[in-house]
Design a protein around this ligand. Sequence first.
Ligand SMILES: N[C@@H](CCC(=O)N[C@@H](CS)C(=O)NCC(=O)O)C(=O)O
Length: 310
Amino acid sequence: MSQLILHHYPLSPFAEKVRLILGYKQLSWQSVHIPMYMPKPDVVALTGGHRRTPFMQIGADIYCDTSLICDVLEHLAPTPTLYPDAVKGAARIVAQWADSMLFPVAMAYNFQPAGAAHVLQGWSPEDVKVFVQDRTSMRGGAPRMPPADALGMYKSYLRRLSSMLEHHPFLLGDAPCVADFSAYHPTWYTWRQVQPLAGILDATPHVRDWLARMEKLGHGKHTDISSTQAIQIAHDSTPFDVSHETFVDHHGIALGSQVVVTAESFGLEPTAGELVAATRTRYTVRRTDERAGTVHVHFPRVGFILKKAE
Ligand SMILES: N[C@@H](CCC(=O)N[C@@H](CS)C(=O)NCC(=O)O)C(=O)O
């Protein structure tokens, strides 16, 4: 099998979720650093439009969204599991809560003026301006949550996590599961990236200790490659055959149709191509790029909208 390639940047919380899972599963991988904001021509050459961070590549197969990346990594390396049998449903539900509720609250807290100044120190004023504009337009122009509201919500969420850690070392038991990785990345950001604001964690020592336990899992073994090399790898590879996968149709869109897949919210750049698979849990779109050749781009159903191309 081709190497796992993670396209990411060091400051990305969602990328930290995947890096730590790669460490937990002791996988070796190749690392491509991508830009933090648009334009991202080498990202789009592979994904066809989707611009969120991170995404994973295996040869000519591109996996978007960390929930799908988790499933793919679990399939490739089932042990240790992200979905322990006894808490399978709860693990996914808590992970989804952390990714969609805890994350924006934590980031609104982390990016209050003192946090933003810390993270962006050393950036040129032009870079800061472009970054802020990029994230504002990703939110559809909506303002970030006011810091005072974020503070109260974040404190409540940290207390809830702390309660979960009172009787065992990880959120749902004696070993980490997907919920731990999802709750880790926004709190890791507070702890490791915005130290001036990390005092908020002092009120929940269980959470602090758990962060330290999680960090020890590491990132696995990785080597750096360039985005040009990654595109060449895609170009020289053939996507996995998906023709045997059971087709599940909820849209009245036949396989072979030209479709567009878009995230449900935040970062709405669409990916267009031919629908070649739609399973219970994911869509696969086949597209051809001048530089990357023919690739299969995979999206989870949860969080994405499938439409027939106009
Ligand atoms: N649901 C997505 C969320 C990913 C996400 O929001 N990533 C942030 C970075 S942590 C992002 O894409 N920011 C804009 C960018 O990197 O261009 C996932 O699980 O992968």
